[in-house]
Design a protein. Structure first.
Length: 407
């Protein structure tokens, strides 16, 4: 049942960014994407009430899918907004800091759930009622955010803006979408990494109990791992700020995830749990760094590429069930952790590519001064220029771009 809820949630990530969410972002911009995601999420949270009344597992799965649809739409806008709205050289710093703040919620929410909302009631009828009230409260809070996004000032970025900015940085044509190999490898890496991350988190408590800890102690150890996970995101932002290249951080962190994953599966007792906590620790910066590095050099294809990267989060619907199946078949969660460990290796393909084939492109974005000074970098200092761009359907055209570089 837990796997079913997880599959429903992450399945929405596979469908929405590639279809409706991505189209809304490209057609209407960030503001409408944010508001749409919040509205859909509100509806999904409200659906938990009738699902709880009927005690329907299918209803909970459907509600979770709608919540996932809302959050995937919201993330399609938010991750792209943080990555591209600002100086390109600080892209990884912005997204890692934002992910660090999100990580605080990841750390606090389970503690609130276990010690406040569902303390001693999780398996009772009262626990089911608590679920209804919690999601009703979330729905009300999220609904209040919608008008705030409507009235808040927010910059918008067009595909033409991104195309011109890329010409300022690299002075080369980005080419057709089908040749964006850096993006495609990034999507693959994001899929493998996210699936492995979700699998480790989902089965951490089972793993720790198998190592000899009680359920309560296992839950506390997971909180420790999630706390380190959050802390290391801020540390990674600091390392990038002082000049460490993001591609180095990504290669190192993913490599350490694999090394400690192997150590966790081949040891036992407290040692194995300590190794798995270190896996959580070094997962920290991987998502944001893969996302921003994969967006480098896309120009007018940036929003489309960002939607694909958000869709790659759907790895969370594929790899955890594989891990659970191995655990069920072998009766051993230590052996099952070999599945996410293997996917860390598959995810490592992208940092290898980033540190060899595309390193010049990625380093060019790290050293550029575009948008740093706030000056508009346009031909002859004019406020508007006519840019010739290749659209997604392959047709050529020109577009008048005003206030280039304002994003």
């Amino acid at each position: 049942m837990s796997s079913g809820l997880s599959a429903a949630y992450f399945g929405a990530y596979f469908l929405c960014p590639l279809t409706v969410s991505g189209w809304i972002l490209r057609r209407f911009g960030f503001r409408v994407t944010f508001m749409t995601g919040l509205c859909v999420m509100t509806i999904g949270c409200l659906l938990f009430w009738p699902s709880g009344v009927k005690a329907s597992f299918g209803g909970f799965c459907g509600s979770m899918f709608v919540v996932g649809a809302g959050l995937s739409t919201l993330e399609t806008g938010a991750d792209n907004f943080l990555a591209i709205c600002g100086p390109p050289r600080y892209s990884e710093i912005r997204l890692n800091l934002a992910q660090g703040i999100q990580g605080v919620g990841t750390f606090v929410a389970p503690l609130l759930a276990s010690r406040v909302f569902f303390a001693n009631t999780v398996d009772t009828q009262q626990g089911l009622k608590n679920v209804q009230w919690v999601y009703l409260g979330v729905a009300c809070f999220v609904a209040l955010l919608v008008p705030l996004f409507y009235i808040a000032p927010m910059p918008e970025v067009t595909d033409a803006d991104m195309g011109l900015q890329e010409r300022d940085i690299s002075e080369t044509d980005v080419g057709p979408f089908r040749k964006q190999y850096n993006l495609f490898l990034g999507v693959w890496s994001e899929f493998c990494y996210t699936g492995a991350q979700v699998a480790v988190a989902n089965y951490f408590i089972n793993f720790a109990e198998e190592a000899g800890y009680s359920a309560a102690k296992s839950s506390d150890l997971l909180a420790v791992g999630q706390g380190l996970y959050t802390f290391m995101r801020f540390v990674s932002s600091g390392l990038i700020t002082v000049g460490v290249k993001p591609r180095y951080i990504l290669a190192t962190y993913l490599g350490l995830c694999f090394i400690f994953g192997v150590a966790a599966t081949t040891t036992s007792g407290p040692t194995s749990v300590a190794m798995l906590i270190l896996v959580l620790c070094f997962e920290s910066a991987c998502f944001a760094t893969i996302f921003t590095l994969a967006l480098r050099g896309l120009g007018q294809h940036t929003k489309r590429g960002g939607s694909m990267l958000v869709a790659a989060i759907s790895g969370g619907a594929a790899i955890p069930p594989m891990t659970g199946a191995v655990a069920t078949h072998t009766g051993n969660f230590h052996k099952a952790m070999a599945i996410p460990t293997a996917f860390y290796v598959l995810a490592w393909i992208f940092p290898i590519y980033a540190n060899t084939v595309s390193r010049k492109l990625l380093d060019g974005h790290r050293t550029t001064d575009v948008n740093v000074s706030g000056e508009k970098k346009v031909v002859d200092g004019h406020d508007g220029v006519e840019v010739e761009l290749q659209t997604e359907d392959g047709k050529g055209g020109t577009e008048r771009v005003e206030n280039v570089g304002a994003a």
